[in-house]
Structure formats: C-alpha cells, structure tokens
Design a protein around this ligand. Structure first.
Ligand code: ATP
Length: 366
C-alpha cells in the first residue's frame, strides 16, 4: 500500500476462540480509507467473526483492533464509527421505512431535532433511490427495496466504515447483480470504506478493490482481484478465486523466476513459482481453463498432451470442454467462440491435443 493511502482499520494478531473452536487465528490486515475490501471464504472460515470484531460485537481473545490508529478493543460497538448491514436486514416490520431509518438517529444523545432527522432521512432515501417511500411499511416493500432500506439505515449515521455481512444473500440472482452494481456506485459516491463478507467469488471479484481470502480461521492471501486471479499463492486460492486445473508435481529445478517440475505422468513442465520452492518438493501445477488450447494436430513447439473429449457445454461466448488425458487425468478447457468458429467444434469421443504456453503455468503450494 502506498504511503499516501491512510489506514482506517487494522487487525494485529487477532485471534478469537469459542471454547475449543478457533474461529479466527492471528489475523493481520490493514484496511485503507475509502477502499472496498471483501472477506471471501467458505462457510465457517471465520469471515463473520472477523467482521464482528471490527464492529465491536465480539471481543478478541488475543490481539488488537485499531480504528484510525487507536486500539478500540474496549470501545463498545455503538461508540465505534462503524455500522453494519446484516444478512436478514434486521428491519422493524411494524415501523415505516422512515422510522426504520430514523431509528438510529433518534438513539443518539443529544437527540437531533425533528427537522434534522427529516432532512437526513430524506437525503439517504434519495441516495438509495427510494425517494417518497418514507411512509411505506416494511412488509409493503420488495426484497430489493428492503435491502436498500437496510443500507439507508446503516449510512444515515455517516459511519466511516460500513460493514456488510452477506447483504445480498436473500436476493435472487438478477436482483443481486443489480444490487452489486448499486452498492459499488454507492460506495464511490459516499467515499466511505466498505468491508463485505461473502462466500460468492463472483461477487467478491466484481465489487472489491481488494479481497482477503480466508480458510480455516486464517487469512491465506490478500490482493486485488486481478492479483489473486493471476498470482494465487496456493491451490486453495487458485481454486476459490476462479476455476483452475491442478496437477500434482515434484520440483526438479528451483529458480527464482521459473521452476521446472515433473508431473505424475513423467512430463517436464516449467512454470512461475507462486511461493519459494525447493528442489524435490511436492507442489501443485495450476493452469486456468482459458489458458489451454485444444487442437486436432499437436503443435510443433511446446508441450502438448493427447486427450479424448469427454463432454462439451456451449456457454455462448465460450465452449467448455472436459477432456481426459491418460497421464494427467481430467482437464477443463474453455475455448473462446472465435477459436471455435475458426477450428470447428470437437465432438464427444473425438481425439485431440491440449497445449499451453509455459508462462501460463503456476507452481503452487499443495
Ligand atoms: P458463514 O459464511 O457460514 O457465516 P463464516 O466464515 O462467517 O461462516 P464464522 O461465522 O466466523 O464463519 O464462524 C467461524 C467458526 O466459529 C465456525 O466454526 C463457527 O461455528 C464458530 N462460531 C462462530 N460464532 C460462534 C459462537 N458464538 N459460538 C461458538 N462458535 C462460534
């Protein structure tokens, strides 16, 4: 992170245990002011626990949470400049949209006067594009509208950081896409820091400035979506951020920029190391499906493998092939529409060759 970027929140050696369960383990992370950061990982990996410690709903077992450079471990949630949007929105169904949003403002001491409350609520209703919906009851609102009310309620107190715990989980796919775009737009307009928890890689990839990938209570890698996609450090990250093919291999020769490895079938490949490797080490070779070419003839240069076509799925822009190699096992290949128009489609049962550029191969931790 460059020196010009101010850190708004920080985790230092943050650990949380619930009895024997280690929900979060030694988390170290800096969140920059104004960024959109997502915690991404499967269910139970500790994302929500991390978010709740930032909000102040959960006290760390060890380590520190800092906001604006100050340790806030003992600052209660309602005194932190942070607000949270929950998965189920937690709206009051019997209150109007206006009163739901005004609720947080009216809890403040000193209590703002009526005109101020009205002005602030109307302003956020406009921000979330619900002008005129103030008098409506919550149950009269659609899922997408309720989600916007929840957002409006969270931003009306002008938090420095907005925490979002799977806020789109209750929406259908189309609405979720729309809300993702709206949320991103909202973040840009408000300029406040957004921290999102999600298990949906597409959501994290499309919305975040940076993604913090978690597994088993630990942070495994933090980076921009592109960094994580192009340079995952581990097999887990490569598989969670995008789709990849993995082959077991042993390092034959370890150089700083390129590593030679021997695949299980005896083939030698060269690839970029995602971490510091040693000769003789068992590693995993990763290649993305779109970086594999499928052809009827073996290319003259580079490595290629004979395969049989097992399955073909037409996806519009791409065709996805599942192919089988005698030595490497099953391989997923994504062929762009244009290449298919040039070379023709392959039929199930047909013999073909897969090939790739060695720069596309990544050598990762098992
Ligand atoms: P999900 O996506 O399912 O919400 P998550 O990645 O957010 O999962 P957490 O909710 O942070 O995961 O949970 C991490 C681990 O800690 C899990 O094993 C969970 O069962 C456990 N855990 C979380 N909260 C508590 C609690 N209050 N008491 C006991 N165990 C808890």
């Amino acid at each position: 992170m460059s020196a010009a970027v101010r850190t708004i929140a920080e985790f230092r050696g943050l650990t949380k245990t619930f009895g024997p369960v280690v929900a979060a383990s030694d988390l170290n992370l800096s969140i920059a002011e104004g960024e959109f950061l997502s915690f991404l990982g499967p269910s139970g990996c500790g994302k929500t626990t991390a978010l709740r410690m930032l909000a102040g709903f959960e006290a760390p077992t060890e380590g520190e949470v800092l906001l604006d450079g100050e340790v806030v471990n003992h600052v209660e949630a309602h005194n932190r400049p942070v607000n949270m949007v929950f998965q189920q929105y937690a709206l009051f169904p019997h209150l109007s949209v206006f009163d739901n949003i005004a609720y947080g403002l009216r809890q403040r001491r000193p209590r703002p006067d009526r005109a101020t409350v009205k002005e602030k609520v109307e302003k956020v209703l406009e921000i979330v594009r619900l002008e005129g919906f103030g008098p409506r009851r919550i149950w009269e609102m659609s899922g997408g509208q309720q989600q916007r009310v929840a957002l409006a309620r969270a931003i009306v107190n002008e938090p420095k950081i907005l925490l979002l715990d799977e806020p789109m989980a209750a929406l259908d796919r189309k609405l979720r896409k729309e809300m993702q775009i709206e949320l991103q737009d909202l973040q840009r307009r408000l300029g406040i820091t957004f921290v999102l928890v999600t298990h949906d890689q597409e959501e994290a990839l499309s919305m975040s400035d940076r993604i913090c990938v978690m597994n088993g209570g630990r942070i495994v890698q933090v980076g921009t979506p592109r960094e994580l996609y192009d340079n995952p450090r581990t097999r887990y990250v490569a598989g969670f951020v995008g789709t990849s093919n993995f082959f077991d291999a042993v390092v034959a020769e370890a150089g700083p920029d390129h590593v030679a490895a021997r695949l299980a079938g005896g083939q030698h490949v060269r690839g970029k190391p995602g971490f510091a490797v040693k000769t003789g080490q068992e590693v995993c070779v990763s290649i993305r499906p779109e970086q594999i070419a499928l052809s009827r003839e073996a290319p003259e240069a580079g490595m290629s493998e004979p395969v049989t076509i097992l399955n073909r799925i037409f996806l519009g822009e791409h065709t996805e092939y599942l192919v089988r190699s005698g030595t490497l096992g099953d391989i997923l290949v994504l062929v762009p529409r244009q290449s298919e128009l040039n070379a023709g489609t392959f039929n199930v049962g047909e013999e073909a060759f897969v090939s790739w550029d060695e720069n596309a191969l990544l050598i990762l931790e098992q």
